[in-house]
Design a protein around this ligand. Structure first.
Ligand SMILES: [Zn+2]
Length: 464
């Protein structure tokens, strides 16, 4: 069943309707999907998503830009947390990356239900690493908090924040061998992949959380609204069967969706759920550690910190429901009804109705120009965005993160001060000159144009 979520519908009303519509369909699935139904139900700790949201600024220890995090930062943060925990948190660095950087394992809680959470197996995806540090700080700094006490009693948590410190050092996806660790679950060529597998085999956690970042220009289904968080109840076999473990993963995703609703409504989607035989989440699930994938995407106006906070809430809410058993009450069909991730519908910037002047025989014409910006890093690890033309033509079916009504604008492949333009504005072009007309006029008389900005070898410069 698929349902399109209308972004203008209030979240609470949407939720009521979804629950009503889906309630009957999943009675069978909902029944018996909790794998620990035989145990006496623990007391439920009442703490709302809103209270967890408000908790985060008080416990946050991560840097405001998670992209600044490197292996040594994670090490020293974990060592500080260990000292603070007075024995509650065990931290070891027994693993080594391809370049010999320590791989951490932090262990907390005395319960029976074992859960493994790992982040940043792709070196340039640090948002959840920051959230894990904040979450650990909450656990060790507030041992008397009723939620912390319950989590400690019921759960045993294994954290691997930043599985790929070599990739993080380079701000790139792959490890120092040039291998994508998340395609290494079968051959285990990477030491990082072997470490993750070894930890799984040693402790045999029932549940895994695999934490990533995805392209911020992903759309929630056809909505052209950018996805802030996408969720995946990872398949354990080709064809996507629904055994008890997978249904529980779906229930966890449904719970997360409902908790995040007030903050991310319209910006949540389901990740591609086809079974990927080489990927860790899929293998983990096949090995019996049923895994939930959380992908952080578009940060919106709140920036990366917003997504760190969202991850903190998602994870803590999921852990709470696993600890008190309320995960059993969740409706897996809420997850099934999420729109799917869709790429290619969102550009970073679209100039609508702009006059394009390439200076060739085609003459000036009016159309849309879309640019995509991707992050890159200079030698000092400062983030910068580099852009290029993504498409030219009728872009009415696409959305821009930024939309520019460019009816009075002219764009040229070269500086018009120098004379007639040279070059072409085609996908991949990285240098463009933008002008605004001083007075409305059809032509491209230079005397009627003032510079509006330029893209110079990919770098955007606004004209003063
Ligand atoms: Zn990733």
């Amino acid at each position: 069943m698929r349902q399109t979520f209308l972004p203008d519908q209030p979240f609470s009303r949407h939720l009521r309707k979804t629950r009503k519509a889906l309630g009957c369909a999943c009675l069978v699935l909902a029944f018996g999907a909790g794998l620990r139904a035989a145990e006496p139900a623990p007391k439920k700790v009442k703490i709302t998503a809103a209270r967890i949201w408000e908790l985060w600024p008080k416990v946050k220890v991560s840097p405001s830009d998670p992209y600044q995090l490197r292996g040594p930062d994670v090490q020293s943060a974990l060592n500080d947390l260990r000292k603070k925990s007075k024995g509650a948190l065990r931290v070891e660095f027994e693993g080594r990356s391809a370049e010999g950087r320590p791989l951490p394992l932090a262990q907390w809680g005395q319960g029976d239900l074992k859960i493994l959470l790992w982040s940043q197996m792709h070196g340039d995806e640090p948002t959840a690493t920051a959230a894990l540090l904040d979450l650990l700080h909450f656990l060790v700094s507030q041992p008397k908090h009723k939620l912390v006490r319950q989590l400690q009693e019921r759960l045993q948590l294994f954290f691997i924040p930043m599985l790929n410190p070599d990739g993080a050092e380079r701000t790139r996806r792959r490890n120092a061998q040039g291998i994508d660790i998340n395609r290494d679950a079968l051959t285990l060529t990477t030491p990082e992949g072997r470490f993750l597998k070894e930890i799984r085999d040693r402790y045999r956690p029932e549940i895994g959380f695999n934490l990533h970042n995805q392209d911020r220009r992903t759309s929630a289904g056809e909505t052209r609204k950018p996805v802030m968080i996408s969720l995946l109840a990872v398949a354990y076999e080709p064809g996507g069967g629904n055994n008890l473990g997978r249904v529980r993963s779906k229930k966890i995703c449904s719970l997360i969706y409902e908790a995040l609703g007030p903050y991310c409504y319209g910006g949540m989607a389901r990740y591609d759920d086809s079974f990927n035989v080489r990927a860790f989440g899929d293998r983990m699930s096949a090995w019996g550690t049923y895994t939930v994938l959380i992908e952080s995407g578009w940060p919106g106006k709140g920036g990366e910190e917003f997504l760190v906070r969202v991850n903190f809430l998602a994870l803590l809410k999921a852990l709470q429901a696993l600890a008190d058993g309320s995960v059993q009450d969740a409706n897996p069909a809420v997850y099934d009804a999420l729109p799917e991730n869709q790429g290619g519908l969102i550009f970073s910037r679209i100039f609508r109705g702009i006059t394009v002047w390439n200076g060739n025989a085609a003459g000036p014409f009016t159309t849309d120009v879309g640019l995509n910006f991707n992050e890159s890093f200079d030698g000092k690890k400062q983030r910068q965005e580099r852009g290029a033309v993504a498409d030219v033509g009728d872009l009415s079916v696409f959305a821009g993160e930024k939309e520019v009504a460019a009816g009075g604008w002219v764009v040229s492949p070269s500086d018009l001060k120098e004379g007639s333009p040279q070059g072409e504005i085609v996908p991949g072009a990285r240098t463009l000159y933008f002008y605004r007309r001083k007075t409305p006029a059809a032509g491209v008389e230079f005397s009627n144009l003032e510079p509006a900005g330029r893209l110079l070898q990919g770098a955007w410069e606004e004209s003063p």
